[in-house]
Ligand binder design. Structure first.
Ligand code: IPM
Ligand code: MG
Length: 367
């Protein structure tokens, strides 16, 4: 298979984790007999510095001409005081829009090897395997009008939460379909006791459910969901929710399984899939070769599964991560006091080597 991928390393630790993810992807390509056409472009702060635009036209063009995009991270304190459109984050939000990526999948899986990383007791977090399906192109992030107006001292700010029935319906369908590939339980999270958007959300999701009678649908208010997520994380299967609630709950899910650095995401639904770790640019540790590359590497696994429909290759990368963790390899964020740590590059090299051996073994078995 021919893969055309654009890599957008971005800011902070983005380049370090992306380069490890690319090594793993290249090993998959070689080992399983595929072909990779890889292009690298700018986004976020690096693009602002070079082009004065967090998402230059050359980046959009390259992304739209590929099958999938692998993104590192965006965000840099240097641009904190820029107007909203000239912040690194604006580049990412526009990219999601340009790619039509309305469905953001964020799996949060508990790895027994990392039991000591979770702040929760092992018997509570054990078995946690959640897929958050976050609506990515609507709600407060994109709603108009939005502004800060008035004279200093007396200003007011406005954001708009807006959802249309088609927007809710399309994300609900994605979530129901995914629930079918898992334990067939879907929890829709809203705030329908207060918000009109949520009342419409609940109504539309309930209507869509009639096409998926094999999936068990339930509803929860977001405040209550946040509490249950901590009290009983293992009871959740697929969580469907709007943009802002999903942003918050997915970081919380990262904390529950022990490290945000492990979480990967897929943003799909449009012609080109966007794959990125859930963590940010972490400027405080950038350039030190200590960041955790697993979120980026697991994003490659999601790319193999959702864009290239290659479950065997995806599982191989995931198995490499599990085996590396079981082997005791820990980046600094995963280590307990006194445990030996490895660098970003060493961690990446472990997974790459696992993929190399696994691909070799599978080729031998096939011949
Ligand atoms: C995420 C991030 C982004 C978001 C930011 C960087 C715009 O927090 O992907 O979760 O809020 O969507
Ligand atoms: Mg976030």
């Amino acid at each position: 298979m021919q893969f055309t991928v654009t890599s957008l390393p971005g800011d902070g630790i983005g380049p370090e984790v992306t380069s490890q993810a690319i090594c793993v992807l290249e090993e998959v390509v070689t080992g399983f007999g595929h072909d990779l056409d890889l292009d690298e472009k700018e986004i976020g702060g690096v693009a602002l510095e070079k082009f004065g635009d967090p998402l230059p036209a050359s980046t959009i063009q390259a992304c739209l001409a590929s099958h999938a995009v692998l993104l590192g991270a965006v965000g840099s304190p240097a641009f904190d005081h820029n107007p909203r459109e000239l912040r690194p984050e604006a580049g990412l939000l526009r990219l999601r829009q340009e790619l039509g990526a309305f469905a953001n999948l964020r799996p949060a899986v508990f790895y027994p090897a990392l039991a000591a990383c979770s702040p929760l007791r092992p018997e509570i977090v054990k078995g946690t395997d959640i897929l958050i399906v976050r609506e990515l192109l609507g709600g407060l992030y994109f709603g108009e009008p939005r502004s800060i107006d008035g004279t200093p001292g007396a200003r007011s700010a406005v954001n708009t939460m807006r959802y249309s029935e088609p927007e809710i319906e399309r994300i609900a369908r994605v979530a129901f379909q995914l629930a079918r590939t898992r334990r067939r339980r879907l929890l829709s999270v809203d705030k329908s006791n207060v918000l009109e958007c949520s009342r419409l959300w609940r109504e539309v999701v309930t209507r869509v459910a009639s096409d998926f009678s094999d999936v068990q649908l339930s509803h929860m208010y977001v405040d209550s969901a946040a509490m249950s997520l901590v009290l009983k994380p293992a009871q959740f299967d697929v969580i469907l929710t709007e943009n802002m609630f999903g942003d918050i709950l997915s970081d919380q899910a990262g904390g529950i399984v022990g490290a945000l650095g492990l979480l990967a995401s897929a943003s799909i639904g449009g012609p080109v899939g966007l794959y990125e770790p859930v963590h940010g640019s972490a400027p405080d540790i950038a350039g030190q070769n200590i960041a955790n590359p697993l979120g980026a590497i697991l994003s490659v696994a999601l790319m193999l599964r959702h864009t290239f429909h290659l479950p065997k290759e995806a599982e191989c990368v995931e198995a490499g991560v599990i085996s590396t963790l079981m082997g005791g390899f820990r980046t600094r964020d995963l280590a307990r006091p006194g445990e030996r740590t490895v660098s970003t590059e060493e961690m990446g090299a472990q997974i790459t080597e696992f993929v190399r051996l696994a691909a070799h073994a599978s080729a031998r078995a096939a011949s």
